[in-house]
Design a protein around this ligand. Structure first.
Ligand code: PLP
Length: 393
């Protein structure tokens, strides 16, 4: 057998097809801004694409390429493009796929800054946008205009944990000649691979589950096909939002344990969700692993597991949520997600504070919503922690 066609867990360890000439088992950090050409002719070949030799790290770097190839393999796409941050991936995608006069239809409960970048900045260059609850296909159909070019989804969405039907959305996208872009940050490729359901472009904030250790900010884009890959790559290079080799090295290290980290975090999340759902002080809870989630069946169809992100509301709204966040001892009060440590945050005053009150309400981001990113601690400690913190509420 060869190292082609490995299954998911093996790809995490052996992905990217990297073979070190000196026999180093681990991928070295090529911390070099520029690369020597053996001859002037070879330099010319690198520039006109006849050779895949390295030129300059903004254009490509051996350490970064291992990460890019591995994530592309995990997502079953043509190629990967690593970026300096998740927002670097979002801006590269917007810049590459939208022009003056174009329109984008997007999930309304998206990562706050993804919406802010479009509404505050791309609007200045004549790009129009409409935000709808993409869990309801009819909303998407109604929002499409003659100048719509992109359908942008985040599923599960941040922070409402609403789920959009990837297959049904991709059928609408195809029928209307739209490119479908999916922010897959909340699931990681371990739990969801949108290209398998028809997405054209998938991206991640690598900062979250893929790296998983709260020590790197980064992003990665995966394109389904070569032409799109080239378009996105050249935009990343033009804008200069490349990843750094040292950043890539840390992410390659984190990525190796993606499956076992997500398995454990998800196991913990299932227990915590069950506890929260039964707790008298919890008004509502959204977790794809609970039968009470409105898209429980859809989640089972397109995700390989419910993940480690839980949203819930307390009786007593914002004040109760504040008390809870100030009372936890094991969970850490911090934004971001997908790391080994359990994090708790309040989207309305933190990650989504810049979204207008009306838009928050429309997107289902209530004042009392608390977001929990479940880590890999002993679940008994997490349970005891939530129990004592809820007693303070
Ligand atoms: C964090 C996040 C981003 C932005 O990524 P950065 O690495 O912080 O730039 C985009 N989408 C989602 C869903 C995120 O959670």
């Amino acid at each position: 057998m060869s190292k082609e066609n490995l299954r998911f867990n093996s790809k995490l360890i052996h992905g990217g097809g990297y073979k070190n000439k000196l026999g180093a088992v681990n991928v070295p950090i090529y911390q070099s801004s520029t690369f020597e050409f053996i001859t002037a002719e070879e330099g010319a070949r690198c520039f006109n694409g006849e050779s895949d030799g390295y030129i300059y790290t903004r254009l490509g770097n051996p350490t970064i390429h291992v990460l890019e190839r591995t994530v592309a393999e995990l997502e079953n796409g043509f190629g990967g493009i690593a970026t300096s941050s998740g927002m670097g991936a979002v801006s590269t995608i917007y810049m590459a796929l939208l022009s003056k006069g174009d329109h984008i239809v997007s999930s309304d409960a998206v990562y706050g800054p993804s919406r802010g970048l479009m509404e505050d900045h791309f609007s200045r260059f004549g790009v129009e946008s409409t935000y709808v609850n993409t869990s309801d296909i009819e909303n998407i159909k109604k929002a499409i205009r003659p100048n719509t070019k992109v359908l942008y989804l985040e599923t599960p969405a941040n922070p409402t944990i609403d789920i959009s039907d990837l297959k049904a959305c991709s059928e609408i996208a195809k029928a209307n000649n739209l490119l479908m872009v999916v922010d897959n940050t909340f699931s990681s490729p371990y739990l969801q691979r949108p290209i398998e359901f028809g997405a054209d472009v998938v991206f991640h904030s690598i900062t979250k589950f893929i790296n998983g250790h709260a020590d790197v900010v980064g992003g990665v884009i995966v394109a389904k096909e070569e032409a799109l890959y080239k378009k996105l790559r050249s935009m990343m290079i033009a804008m200069g939002c490349n990843m750094d080799p040292h950043q890539a090295y840390l992410v390659i290290r984190g990525l190796k344990t993606l499956a076992i980290r997500v398995d454990r975090a998800q196991q913990n999340a299932i227990v915590l969700a069950d506890f929260l759902e039964k707790h008298p002080k919890v008004e509502w809870i959204k977790y794809p692993g609970l039968k009470s989630h409105p898209q429980y069946e859809l989640a089972k169809k397109q995700m390989d597991g419910p993940g480690a992100m839980i949203s819930f509301g307390l009786k007593g709204g914002l004040e109760a949520g504040r008390k809870l966040m100030n009372s936890v001892k094991v969970a850490i009060l911090a934004v971001s997600l997908g790391g080994v440590e359990t994090l708790i945050e309040h989207p309305a005053s933190m990650t989504h504070s810049k979204v207008s009150l009306a838009d928050k309400k429309k997107a289902g981001i209530s004042d009392g919503l608390v977001r929990l990113s479940v880590g890999i601690e002993d679940v008994d400690d997490l349970l005891r922690d939530l129990d004592q913190a809820l007693a303070e509420v």
